[in-house]
Ligand binder design. Sequence first.
Ligand code: ADP
Ligand code: MG
Length: 276
Amino acid sequence: GGSLPRPDRTRIMIVANQKGGVGKTTTTVNLAASLALHGARVLVIDLDPQGNASTALGIDHHAEVPSIYDVLVEGKPLADVVQPVTDVEGLFCAPATIDLAGAEIELVSLVARESRLRRALDAYEQPLDYVFIDCPPSLGLLTVNALVAGAEVVIPIQCEYYALEGLGQLLRNVELVRGHLNPDLHVSTILLTMYDGRTRLASQVAEEVRSHFGHEVLRTNIPRSVRISEAPSYGQTVLTYDPSSSGALSYLEAAREIALRGSGAQQSTHATVEGP
Ligand code: ADP
Ligand code: MG
């Protein structure tokens, strides 16, 4: 791919939205692959016990594989669980196995339970341009660990009814973590996913999101695309599965925007969404 500016410090992107099925995992793996194809070194951390990001990257994550569970709960070095993604140079994954489902409870009684992922990343010595953390669909300790570990929150929003429902809770949690545990935390990026430009609903949702948030919303929307939804069953991102598809091109364009705008938007993160 063409060259994009590389960040001078590792940008840690937390892909979060406590709603399931809005495109968190799809956005995580496809943005990460897009940036790697542009020459960046990128680590995906799968923080969802479902392990969908691991699957989509073709990474082995059966129960015995060293995983992010061992890092969070057992204190294993992150470097011991990271695997290279075979068909994309510069892309790596720390997989999730099913035992991560128990971590939400096991973490409660551990020392520094909110900052175990941050410590693991601090101790990771390989150079990285980006880390993408794929969060589970909840606001529990796993997501809190992600919010403490990075600076930039990326929120995928599905262009559907009730798109903004629940976002207020996420934004309040971001404020809480920012206030108490991680002063650098801010919402840097909002991405509209599964956008169907033919429907009035999609454009209404897009307009509503753009009026609630400012320039955090990327200009690029991700279209609803069969190719995007097929790719994971081949253990691939859409970038290698069908590089010329509209889905691949839109993720490349969204990744380009993210790279070009830098970690920005720092001063304008106080958008609020009224609760339902
Ligand atoms: P989440 O991680 O938020 O639960 P996923 O990324 O797993 O959401 O997406 C939910 C479902 O929607 C998956 O089956 C995925 O393949 C599909 N999907 C995501 N984005 C798109 C898209 N742009 N077009 C078509 N299907 C999509
Ligand atoms: Mg997911």
